[in-house]
Design a protein around this ligand. Structure first.
Ligand SMILES: [Zn+2]
Length: 123
């Protein structure tokens, strides 16, 4: 990169590349925080896709509307609890915030009724 030798096409190409990127990023009009955050997330996803290990996580409850969220349903709640009884975080389970919130409440409710354990069976 910082080599002093200059190929005739080299620096010019580099500059064009950077300008093009700049144009794409600085879009006029939408400067809200949300849109900026979304843009950053998109950029991150693009970068990860290039590296080739990304697998888009999908919220199960969003994907399948027949799936219900109930504290009585220990079988399905167990999917979102670790062996030691902890609630699996959203960044790992892939749940969206809108579904993770009631899910956590349902798990806590189930624990209170001894449907789910507070601490796991593995202990
Ligand atoms: Zn969801």
């Amino acid at each position: 990169m910082s080599a002093p030798t200059e190929t005739p096409g080299g620096p010019r190409e580099h500059r064009e590349y950077r300008e093009g990127r700049h144009d794409r990023e600085a879009r006029p009009g939408d400067g809200s925080v949300k849109s900026r955050l979304r843009a950053r997330a998109r950029k991150k996803a693009r970068r990860q896709r290039k590296r080739g290990f990304v697998r888009r996580k999908v919220c199960r409850f969003c994907a399948d509307s027949t799936l219900r969220l109930e504290y009585k349903d220990a079988k399905s709640l167990r999917l979102f609890v670790t062996e030691t009884g902890k609630i699996i975080p959203r960044r790992i389970s892939g749940n969206c915030a809108r579904h993770q919130r009631p899910l956590a409440i349902a798990i806590k409710r189930a624990r209170h009724l001894a449907i789910l354990p507070f601490a796991g069976q593995g202990l």
